[in-house]
Structure formats: structure tokens, C-alpha cells
Design a protein around this ligand. Structure first.
Ligand SMILES: Nc1nc2c(ncn2[C@@H]2O[C@H](COP(=O)(O)OP(=O)(O)OP(=O)(O)O)[C@@H](O)[C@H]2O)c(=O)[nH]1
Ligand SMILES: [Mg+2]
Length: 232
């Protein structure tokens, strides 16, 4: 299922580019379609790769989300990337592998998803996290000149919180906190719950943008002050 709803947006509307990663069957696609279309497929259809673009409103402000939905299946592309790890020493990476990594790292935020009823999906978060970290380091190494790309914020999301849990929340929160990642749980049975995930991510990205702008402003002020010292 793919969707590319190109809305006519004013140039001031900001686009947030997100990627969803996580094991098979954890509910990545359901969360996305519940948020965007308020619907989910009841039958399970494994994702190959989907991209969604849609205008949304968060805290009364319009923005656009561009969402990359990846497959959790080991047989499919991204798992192949992990298995063929571009970081394995002496392994000559192909252009396709590099492009695949870049596609994820270039996002504004990455959602690492696990199913709170399924311990294995929680354990597997670590290999996804390492994949992001290794891809980032690898891609940065290949960038010529000064490294400019920031490490994308990673948010850990537990799904299916309408069901009995198999992973306790404290353990998951501790894991996220150790990685310095925000943590959230949701169910795709309810749109409000699914929306909270996306809204939390967008708020987080907005906060970072403001902080960055303030830092830049402070830097430019202090450099103009310094400049003043030399002049006078
Ligand atoms: N009870 C419950 N079931 C869910 C929830 N989210 C997803 N499911 C079910 O879990 C199954 C897998 O959901 P998907 O959204 O296809 O999972 P996925 O992570 O996209 O799977 P892949 O595309 O294979 O990686 C489906 O049968 C969904 O109906 C949830 O929050 N609660
Ligand atoms: Mg899917």
C-alpha cells in the first residue's frame, strides 16, 4: 500500500521526514495508517517499502510529514543491509547499500518500534540502533570536508499497549534513557494514541529547531561583539 498525497503547501510549511524501523509484525504500518488515515488493515500484510507524504496540524500549526515505512522482515531490503553490515571490516559495500543507509540517516527523526507483548522485538531494538549508529558513522566518514550532518534523533516506541505486556515499561524506559532517546507507548487501535506518537516527535523536532536557532543567534552575537573589540 503506498500513498503520495502531494498537498499544495505554502513555502513556510515545514516538512518533517521520519523513518520507522523495527522487527516484523510490531505494528509500524498500523501506527502510520491509523495516524494518517484513521484506518488499519486487520489482516497482516508485510511491508516491502512505503512512503507517505501528508499535511498534518500539530498544536495548531500546519506542517507536512514524509514517512518512510520499512519492512521488519529479515528477507527484505533493510534487514539485508543489516546482515551485510556495511561496517564489517574489509567488506566492500555496494552503492545500493550505501544509498539504503543514507535514506534512513537523512531523516529528521527515526522511530525505533517494538511490540510490548513481544520480548524478542524489544531485544532486537539494539541491532537496529547499532545499524543507525554504524550507518551514520560510515556515511559521515565518506563526507568530504567538515562533518555537518547531525545524528538523527531516535525515538523508541512500544506498540500494542492495548494488549498484555511482555516487556515491563521500566526496562524499556531505562533502555531508551541510556540511549538518550525519548520513549512512548501507543496502540494503533485508537487514533488519539497513534497521533500522540507523531505529535511528540514533531514537538521534539520543533524544540530542537528553536534551540539551534538560539545557539546560532548567540554565536553570531558573540562574534560581532568580538569583532567590535578589534575595531575599538
Ligand atoms: N492489538 C493490536 N494489534 C496491532 C496493533 N498494531 C498492529 N497490530 C496488528 O499487528 C499485526 C502487524 O501489524 P503491522 O502494522 O503490519 O506490522 P509491521 O511492523 O508494519 O510489520 P512489517 O511490515 O512486516 O514489518 C497486524 O495484524 C495488526 O493488525 C496494536 O496496537 N494493537
Ligand atoms: Mg509494515
Amino acid at each position: 500500500m503506498g500513498s503520495d498525497l502531494n498537498h499544495q503547501l505554502s513555502p513556510s510549511v515545514i516538512t518533517y521526514r521520519l523513518a520507522f524501523l523495527g522487527s516484523q509484525h510490531v505494528g509500524k504500518s498500523s501506527l502510520i495508517t491509523r495516524y494518517l488515515f484513521n484506518s488499519v488493515r486487520e489482516d497482516y500484510v508485510p511491508t516491502y517499502e512505503d512512503q507517505f507524504t501528508q499535511q498534518v496540524t500539530v498544536d495548531g500549526v500546519d506542517c507536512e510529514v514524509e514517512i518512510l515505512d520499512t519492512p521488519g522482515s529479515e528477507e527484505t531490503f533493510y534487514k539485508v543491509l543489516v546482515a551485510q553490515s556495511v561496517m564489517v571490516q574489509g567488506n566492500r559495500e555496494s552503492q545500493a547499500v550505501l544509498e539504503g543507509c543514507k535514506k534512513i540517516i537523512d531523516r529528521d527523526a527515526i522511530l525505533l518500534v517494538y511490540d510490548i507483548t513481544n520480548k524478542d522485538s524489544f531485544t532486537q531494538l539494539e541491532s537496529y540502533y547499532q545499524f543507525i549508529l554504524d550507518s551514520y558513522n560510515h556515511i559521515m566518514k565518506r563526507l568530504s570536508g567538515a562533518a555537518t550532518k547531525e545524528f538523527p534523533p531516535v525515538v523508541i516506541c512500544g506498540t500494542k499497549c492495548d494488549l498484555e505486556r511482555g516487556v515491563d515499561r521500566e526496562t524499556a524506559e531505562r533502555y531508551a534513557s541510556n540511549k538518550n532517546c525519548p520513549y512512548i507507548e501507543a496502540t494503533s487501535k485508537e487514533q488519539e494514541s497513534a497521533s500522540e506518537v507523531f505529535e511528540m516527535v514533531i514537538r521534539e523536532l520543533r524544540k530542537r529547531k528553536i534551540k539551534k536557532r538560539e545557539t546560532l543567534l548567540m554565536k553570531s552575537q558573540s562574534s560581532s561583539d568580538q569583532c567590535g573589540c578589534f575595531i575599538f
